[in-house]
Design a protein around this ligand. Structure first.
Ligand code: NDP
Length: 293
């Protein structure tokens, strides 16, 4: 099967790329191994996507997929196992082989978990993997964030303007950049605890406290986990793509180091991982392809 562009992944980035390509008259198909929506499907209340005061993640995902399907875009349920390039890209899935001039990789990332007892159960009831998405629910409360990288400190700064106390829990030492480190030092309500891990989540219906590896008990309402994400790129290994810290490196047009292969949303290396920025990446990739065709 031949298409001008094959999009791998139907999160907001992939779906917005499909919307722009289809409207520009470019033949496109979206391949998704699960239901359309990506990480949005695991989010209950979204309050930072323009146009909706508050919307359930599943509902927003459904609206997006319905919109692109109504334009005639096919979202096929299948898994891409290999992408290679000769003259055109060959996209091999479990069920088929597709040929395309352009490929947009929009496969997202899965937030790394702590793997603690109760972690899954407490999602949206004390545990969060996105401070910008969920910080507002913990206004005025004491919270903690796990991680010592750029994401953890960026999120700690964000939370410090909303919450009472923000504990930053680092298993060894901070590895974030010096600018972020200097900024958190200036914040009176950010407390960095080094050489600690979270050992136990304390909860009944909602999170109430955590126990640390040094025995300390912290009463908190929210625990934000910012310990990196897992990006799956095994299906691209034949292409020798340039990556940064395991994320695909792109230029401002979302093109990777391989001509014709674009990366959008959480799978690419960037500063901000949000639904709106993922959707924006998708639009930029599609418009760049339209100019190139
Ligand atoms: P990183 O991989 O950079 O950092 C992960 C952090 O989580 C580390 O402190 C690590 O500790 C810790 N960690 C990992 N696993 C565990 C665990 N099981 N328990 C406790 N702690 C754990 O991820 P980020 O998401 O912070 O950043 C991803 C990329 O995005 C980076 O390249 C970053 O530079 C970039 N970024 C840049 C921003 C900016 O410049 N404004 C903002 C956000 C991201 P340890 O050090 O011990 O391994």
């Amino acid at each position: 099967m031949k298409y001008k562009c094959v999009i791998v992944g139907a999160g907001p980035a992939g779906m917005n790329a499909a919307l722009y390509l289809k409207r520009a008259g470019i033949e496109v198909i979206v391949i998704e191994k699960d239901a359309p929506g990506g990480e949005m499907l695991k989010t209950s209340d979204i309050e930072n996507y323009l146009g909706f005061n508050k919307i359930d993640g599943g509902e927003l995902a459904l609206k997006m997929s319905q919109q692109i399907k109504s334009l005639g875009v096919d979202i096929v349920k299948d898994e891409v196992i290999k992408v290679s390039k000769q003259d055109k890209f060959e996209i091999e899935t479990k069920k088929d082989v597709y040929l395309a001039d352009y490929v947009i990789v929009a496969t997202g990332r899965t937030p790394r978990k702590l793997h603690l007892l109760g972690e899954d159960e407490l999602l949206n009831r004390g545990i969060s993997y996105c401070a910008v998405c969920d910080g507002g629910f913990y206004r005025g409360e004491d919270v903690a964030i796990v991680g010592g990288g750029d994401s953890a400190l960026t999120e700690a700064l964000y939370l410090s303007d909303l919450c009472n106390k923000v504990y930053v829990l680092v298993r060894k030492d901070l590895r974030a950049n010096e600018i972020l480190k200097a900024r958190i030092k200036e914040k009176d309500n950010i407390i960095v605890l080094k050489n600690v891990q979270v050992e136990k989540l304390g909860y009944e219906d909602k999170l109430s406290h955590i126990i640390l590896s040094n025995g300390e008990r912290l009463s908190i309402k929210g625990l934000f986990v910012a310990i990196g994400g897992e990006v799956r790129l095994d299906f691209l290994k034949d292409l020798n793509l340039e990556c940064i810290n395991g994320y695909i490196k792109t230029d401002d047009r979302m093109e990777s180091s391989i001509k014709g292969l674009y990366a959008v949303g959480d799978v690419r290396f960037k500063d901000f991982y949000q639904i709106i920025t993922a959707a924006s990446d998708g639009a930029i990739a599609a418009l760049s392809i339209r100019e190139d065709v």
